[in-house]
Design a protein around this ligand. Structure first.
Ligand code: ATP
Ligand code: MG
Length: 225
């Protein structure tokens, strides 16, 4: 999917009531299937940027257009629906639903949005969770898994139906070497078919040359509005 970012700005109020600009003047024209590296130190705004591109937040100003859809012109409900259809988001904090089993965490969001038949999605989820080394935990709940195991559930959920946009926010941060390699390969294989946004400090991705780099600053700048 082609993604056009035009003059994105986003600021937040800090605890002392000052407005701090986290995302400043970001513009890019990203071709379908491109790999976009999003870089910057902790607090630079990488997750904030992903929340804009996925339509979770609206920017203060600027536009985001994905193919023919102007995301920033949609209602919250329309953006939610768009995200469920088009975006596989591997959240840095996983965002698993604690009352759902592992297999349901992976499959149910896709069933709800009509991304496939239940039996077929469950079969694919089992295969994917098994490939990720957690096939023995399908009926467990998130709190019964280690942090690294939960991260792999989040990966399986995001990649289940080959979304046209993939957002991978530190997708291997909690994984051992073997699991990290599997997850990195699974994400990189989708480049070309999906537009992939990646933030990672994992050296495994160093050998890969991104099509675009969005470099976010370390110090958020105070701004007056
Ligand atoms: N909802 C929010 N309300 C207020 N401030 C926020 C909010 N979300 C993020 N921030 C602030 O914006 C800045 C950027 O946060 P963000 O999570 O995007 O950084 P990051 O680059 O993803 O960092 P990390 O590498 O640690 O994950 C931080 O100063 C953070 O405190
Ligand atoms: Mg982050």
């Amino acid at each position: 999917m082609r993604i056009v970012l035009n003059g994105l700005e986003k600021s937040f109020l800090d605890p002392s009531g000052n407005r701090r600009r986290v995302i400043s003047a970001i513009s890019a024209d990203i071709a379908p299937g491109a790999l976009v590296a999003v870089t910057g130190p902790s607090g630079a705004g990488k997750t904030t940027f992903f929340n804009l591109v996925s339509g979770l937040f609206l920017p203060d100003s600027g536009t985001i257009t994905a193919d023919k859809t102007e995301l920033t012109a949609l209602s919250e409900r329309e953006r939610d629906r768009w995200r469920a259809k088009e975006v596989g988001y591997i959240f840095q904090t996983f965002n698993l639903l604690s009352d759902l089993s592992i297999i349901d965490n992976v499959v149910l969001p896709h069933i709800l949005i009509g991304n496939g038949a239940k039996g077929d999605l469950e079969k694919r989820a089992e295969e994917s969770l098994t490939a990720l080394g957690i096939g023995d935990h399908l009926r467990k709940y998130p709190h019964q898994l280690s942090v690294g195991q939960r991260q792999r559930v989040a990966v399986a959920r995001a990649l289940l139906v080959s979304p046209r946009i993939i957002i991978a926010d530190e997708p291997t941060a909690n994984l051992d070497d073997a699991s990290a390699r599997i997850v990195a390969d699974a994400i990189l294989t989708l480049r070309g078919r999906s537009t992939v946004f990646l933030a990672s400090h994992d050296g495994r991705f160093n050998a890969v040359k991104p099509d675009h780099t969005i470099a976010l600053g370390g110090e958020v700048s105070p701004c007056v509005r």
